[in-house]
Design a protein around this ligand. Sequence first.
Ligand code: NAI
Length: 335
Amino acid sequence: MRILFYGTASYDRESFEKELPAYPGITIEFTETNLSPLTATLARGYDAVCAFVNANVGAMTLEVLAGLDVKLVLMRCAGYDAVNVGMAKSLGITVTRVPAYSPEAIAEHAMALAMTANRRIHKGYIRVRENNFSLGGLVGETLYGKTAGIIGTGRIGAALCRICKGFGMTVLGSDLYPNMKLVEDEHVIDEYVDYDELFARADLISLHAFLNKDSYHMINDESIAKMKDGVILVNTGRGGLVDSNALIRGIRSGKIGAVGLDVYEEENDNVYQDRGDQILGTSITARLCSFPNVVMTSHQAFFTREALSQIARCTLDNALAFEQGGEFVQGSQVC
Ligand code: NAI
C-alpha cells in the first residue's frame, strides 16, 4: 500500500518513520504541501492519502481523489470537521481518524497554561533574561485549596480533574452526560453542577467540551459576568467555545484575572504556519497577546512524543486494517 502524507512537518516524518518498520507492506511518501482540491492530483498512483486537522478534505478534494482511485483518507488527528463526510460516503471513500491520543498530554498543557498565566511565568522569564529581577506585576494566586471548574469531563477533562485534585483543589464538573465514576469511584470530582453554579464558584475554569451549536460561544458576556472576580480561564478545547470579543471585554474590565489559550477563533488560517514576516489581516490574536495576563500557544496541547507515537501507530493500524479487510482501531472509522 502506497500512502501520500500531506502537510507534513519534520516531527510527522520522524514519528511515522520510527513506527513504519512494524508495517512491512506499507510505503509512505511525505510532502509539505497541504491537501486541497489543487494538490489532490499529487495522489495519482497512491492507494491512500493521510492529512491533518488543517487540510481541506471538502467535496472538490474528494472528487479529485475518487477520480484517481484513492479509496482511503487517513486523518492523523481526532477531529474531522475538515472532511465532507457525506461526499466521502457517496464516493465510496473510507475515512478514518485517531480517536484518542494521550488525553493527559492535553490536560497537562492546560494546567501549564493556567500556571503560566496565573504566575506570570512568561513575564518573569523575559525579565530575568534582561537582568530585571523585580517582581512588580507578577503576583499570582495559590491554587491549593481553591476550586477548579472543568466543563466537559470526557477523556481530557477527566485527566485535568486528576491533576487539579493533585494540586489540592476542590473540583466541580459540568457535562451533558456526567460520569459519576469520577465522583464515586475515583473521587476526582467533588460535585457535578450546572454552568451557572460552576461560573459562580470556580477560581479556575477549563474548557474541554467539544464544539457544537449548543456549546458555541458558551463563554460570552453573560457567562463572564457570572464568574468570580479574578477567575483564571483556560481553553484547550476549540476556539469557538469562547466569544473572543467578550473575553477581551472581560480581561479589560479586570473580571478575568488570567487566561491561557491553546485554541482561539481566527486560529485556523494561521495554525502551524510561520507568519513572522507578515501582517495579519485580523486582530483578535494580536489584541489577546497584548495583555500581560494572557498566554497563548498554537494548538500544541497534544504535542508530546507519546501522543505522536500513538497517532502514528493508530493511523498505520488503520491503513493495514483497510488493506487486509480487518477491524479499524475502535472509534476511528468516520465513514
Ligand atoms: P470526549 O468526547 O472524551 O469528551 C468531551 C466531553 O464533552 C463529553 O463528556 C461530552 O459529554 C462533553 N460535552 C459535549 N458538549 C458539552 C456541553 N455543551 N457542555 C458540557 N459538556 C459537553 O473528548 P476529549 O477527547 O476529552 O476531547 C475534548 C476536546 O478537546 C475535543 O472536542 C477537542 O475539541 C479538544 N482537543 C484539543 C486538542 C489540542 O491539541 N488542543 C487535542 C485533542 C482534542
